[in-house]
Design a protein around this ligand. Structure first.
Ligand code: FAD
Length: 632
């Protein structure tokens, strides 16, 4: 299971397949491989657009499964969930229906930093997603293991199309093929995956599951570049064996805020989480056993997520810290399993057991699942167009962890974009991707296809240059009208937005008309100490404005100066984005272009000057040369 082993895969010859030679043959517009977070959103989006869609996944009992922590959202990730929801995706409603605790992070900071996060009842979440998929018209969910991608030479004469191959379907285990006009690959951490716990290694993309080798072979045969990443997960404990009296309680918010713009209120009861701490004795134990940690023994040499380090990593990198927080998160209402957030590890089992003996409250804790690390193949995403279609194989889309990202939310967002664009491609429509100034999802896909990633990519607010505009509270105002035009949403969501916009309009009118202390009420509201409840006392008509619309009125008015300035930056950037570069543009024509710039531009093939500017190592002088040639 090493990269070099891939070349040993025999060429399957299936690209020359006689389509009629398979007894079991199914025809679809879009086939999605893998029903994780990317695959389920991709399939749902494609089917909502009317494309006949098949979602093929190895095990129907793991649809929408959370491989790692039982939580959705968090800083920048919560914003993505709100965007997925605003575009008609599944994730927001699923977590609202199944969460056991809600918290709005960074409440003390400005609204751009407010980030919703919720603990999920893991099994219920998964069942909810599965039910949504099963109930979706135009969508067939099937238990199938995909073994190969079927392609044929591309016959396109379109100079805008760079692909030399075209996908025509997939072959599954057991002599059956699914033919399709587009295929979306969302196999997560399963490609040639190896799990590590101490010295022990086994093949598999997630504990208790197998690995996928055929798809790596197919990608290799199709000349895709593949690389390796690793990620890890912590042990799970039995709550019965934890002494909760010794550890701090972390309750949910008193007024839980839903993720979905369609959920009016959260009425379910919330469960508490708890916070424990590591100590010097634990750190000493880890240091003594570092040679047995696959990361340090040389057993793993691929890159892991820098911002989600294992406990052995933390002890080495932050050697001066005498303690780290451990968040004990229940995995659901009907299980005693507790996820220990903060202690991801691939140390051997005996060391994992011994670590807990040294932590107050967890001395007697019994591990139900040991932590492990997993190494897997991913496809460097500069091989994709922004709409997530391969540059070399037409009709083949890639979304989720296979593109080098980490996280359920990043996967879900990419899935939605891939599903939407696969269905639009089948319908002969132009592709659609949100711009960086419109959504974190725009930042995500642009970062991936323009810069690639040399470590598992997760979203941060700092990745977005216009984050004052990209708030969790306004994702519907930013995206739902576009989703409506694209056919992604239905009447209740459309009506909900219209109602909210109308309420905002009325609120703004009332504020402009009323006077407080001789100045217009909206000017008075700008004062930092003035809140909406105070305004309602002074202008009682404002009581008719619903809380979500009131929040928008407040933010629009209080932050008007900052928002206007950011909008001016957006407009400036927009002018560069309008300077389009043809796909077939030949950078070799620019004799004076530096070799590094020529190579990078040829590899990424930016679609406009603004994207070219974001490629690392491209200088203003390179851009000036490209611009000069574009204008000739
Ligand atoms: P997945 O959710 O992995 O879904 C892939 C799907 O494809 C699965 O349903 C699988 O059965 C199916 N599949 C695979 N091969 C085939 C095939 N040949 N045919 C049919 N179906 C197939 N993220 C974080 O943000 N933080 C973390 O700390 C973190 N830790 C992780 C630890 C572990 C051990 C793992 C495995 C993942 C971790 N992740 C973490 C990542 C997170 O789980 C993923 O980012 C997210 O699940 C990716 O979603 P996805 O849809 O791309 O893939």
């Amino acid at each position: 299971y090493t990269l070099s082993a891939i070349s040993a895969f025999p060429p399957s010859g299936l690209q020359l397949l006689n389509r009629d030679s398979f007894q079991n043959r199914y025809d679809y517009d879009v086939v999605v491989i893998g029903a994780g977070h990317a695959g389920t959103e991709a399939a749902a989006a494609s089917a909502r657009l009317g494309a006949r869609t098949a979602l093929l996944t190895t095990n129907l009992d793991t649809v929408g499964q959370m491989s790692c922590n039982p939580a959705i959202g968090g800083v920048a990730k919560g914003q993505i969930v709100r965007e997925v929801d605003a575009l008609g995706g599944l994730m927001g409603q699923a977590i609202d229906a199944t969460a056991i605790q809600f918290r709005m992070l960074n409440r003390r900071k400005g609204p751009a930093m407010h980030s919703p996060r919720a603990q999920a009842d893991k099994k219920s979440y998964q069942n909810h997603i599965k039910w949504q998929i099963e109930s979706q018209p135009n969508l067939d969910l099937r238990q199938e293991t995909v073994e190969d991608l079927l392609t044929e030479p591309s016959d396109s004469k379109d100079p805008q199309e760079s692909a030399t191959q075209r996908v025509v379907g997939v072959k599954v285990r057991g002599d059956a093929v699914y033919l399709a006009k587009t295929v979306i690959l969302t196999t997560g951490t399963f490609l040639q995956a190896i799990m590590h716990t101490g010295e022990a290694q086994s093949a598999g993309g997630r504990a208790g599951e197998g690995t996928t080798a055929g798809i790596s072979g197919a990608l290799h045969r199709l000349n895709f570049e593949l690389d390796r990443f690793k990620t890890g997960t912590p042990p799970r404990l039995n709550a019965r064996t934890i002494d909760f009296s010794q550890i701090e309680v972390q309750p949910g918010d008193d007024e839980p805020q839903p993720f979905s713009f369609l959920t009016s209120e959260i009425t379910t009861s919330q469960m508490p989480c708890h916070i424990a701490h590591t100590n010097e004795a634990v750190h000493d134990l880890i240091r003594e056993n570092l040679t047995r940690a696959p990361m340090y023994s040389g057993q793993i040499d691929s890159q892991g997520p820098r911002y989600c380090p294992s406990i052995e990593d933390k002890v080495v990198r932050f050697a001066d810290k005498s303690s780290h927080q451990l968040f004990l998160e229940p995995e659901g209402r009907q299980t005693q399993e507790v996820y220990v957030n903060g202690i991801s590890t691939s140390l051997p089992r005996d060391v994992q057991d011994a670590m807990f003996r040294l932590i107050p409250g967890l001395e007697k804790a019994s591990i139900m699942r040991y932590g492990y690390a997993v190494e897997y193949d991913f496809c460097p995403p500069t091989q994709l167009w922004p709409h997530l279609e391969s540059k070399s194989v037409a009709g083949l889309f890639l979304a989720g962890q296979i593109n080098g990202t980490t996280g359920y939310e990043e996967a879900a967002g990419q899935g939605l974009i891939a599903g939407l664009n696969a269905a639009r491609t089948v319908a002969g429509q132009s592709t659609w991707v949100p711009a960086r100034q419109d959504a974190y999802l725009g930042v995500l896909v642009d970062d991936l296809v323009t810069m690639g990633t040399d470590e598992p990519y997760r979203m941060f607010t700092s990745r977005a240059e216009y984050r004052l505009l990209l708030r969790q509270d306004n994702a519907d105002r930013r995206l739902t009208a576009q989703a409506d035009q694209l056919g992604l949403i239905d009447a209740p969501r459309r009506d909900r937005l219209a109602e909210k916009l109308e309420q905002i309009r009325i609120g703004r009118e009332l504020l402009a008309a009323a006077r407080i202390e001789k100045s217009p009420a909206d000017v008075y509201l700008r004062r930092p100490e003035v809140t909406w409840p105070m305004m309602c006392e002074l202008v009682p008509e404002l009581n008719q404005i619903a809380p979500d619309a009131a929040e928008q009125c407040c933010i629009d008015i209080k932050y008007a100066g900052y928002l206007d300035r950011q909008q001016m930056d957006v407009d400036k950037q927009q002018r560069m984005s309008e300077k389009r570069i043809p796909v077939s543009f030949d950078y070799n024509r620019i004799g004076s272009l530096r070799t590094e710039a020529r190579e990078k531009l040829t590899k990424v093939r930016p679609l406009n000057l603004a994207q070219a500017k974001r490629i690392s190592g491209i200088t203003p002088a390179d851009l000036a040369l490209v611009l000069a040639h574009l204008e000739h």
